[in-house]
Design a protein around this ligand. Structure first.
Ligand SMILES: [Zn+2]
Length: 223
């Protein structure tokens, strides 16, 4: 048992806060790079989404395919320990690892929703279907596939720049009631998530930061 696991098992209300670093050993990109010569983040704003849906979803289907990866032993360890998880990641790997209580602050690439009728669909088959229409540049078909059967426009469940972060109330509550917070693979540079360890500390919790070699520190195995 690693020292971290011992401390987690001894805690009454442990919680984990995770960021991109936990998913790097699984091969998930950080989305800091460029696509079609422009920074990926410039595509991920609410304004861009509302005005360039066809271009947005061309990148979206790529992102869905980049995230078809498996959880690594660090995700699996957090699931095995039964920790509630607050995550900045959108890759869905905590779900695949079997964690039950997961708060995805930045939403998720796993699903899309229709704001008009409330239907939720899986991103992967949607992306595969859409990919064929983009491949033959059939933008009329793309436009049709971007609509739900009720005629509403599919909305990504990823939180875009300009959108409110999700689940902050629950994340704040968990942090305030934790006696131990394990921060894994987050450089804590993005607010409001970055403020949560301070909330935990102010309420008396111990905060453990694991930023390099997440797998090694959590499981004792090298990654
Ligand atoms: Zn609908």
């Amino acid at each position: 048992m690693t020292e971290i696991e011992q401390r987690i098992r001894a805690a009454q209300n442990p919680v984990a806060l995770t960021g991109a670093g936990i998913s790097a050993p699984s091969g998930i990109p950080t989305f800091q790079g460029a696509w079609k010569g422009r920074p990926i983040r410039s595509f991920l704003s609410r304004e861009y989404f509302e005005t360039h849906r066809i271009e947005f979803f061309e990148l979206y289907i790529e992102m869905v395919s980049w995230c078809q990866k498996q959880p690594n032993p660090a995700h699996l360890a957090l699931a095995e320990w039964g920790l509630p998880i607050i995550t900045q990641n959108i890759d869905g790997l905590h779900h695949k690892a079997g964690s039950r209580k997961i708060y995805e602050l930045h939403g998720s690439l796993r699903t899309l929703s229709c704001p008009k009728c409330g239907k939720v669909i899986e991103a992967r088959p949607f992306a595969e279907d859409l990919k064929e229409a983009y491949a033959v540049r059939d933008y009329r078909a793309v436009g049709e596939k971007l609509r739900c059967s009720c005629s509403g426009l599919w909305e990504t469940d990823v939180v875009l720049y300009g959108d409110a972060v999700r689940h902050m109330e629950e994340a704040y509550e968990l942090s305030a009631h934790a006696d131990l917070m394990l921060v894994v693979g987050s450089s804590l540079t993005t607010y409001p998530a970055a403020a949560l360890p301070d909330v935990a500390r102010r309420h008396g919790a111990e905060v453990i930061l694991v930023n390099d070699d997440c797998v090694g520190h959590l499981t004792g195995q090298g990654d």
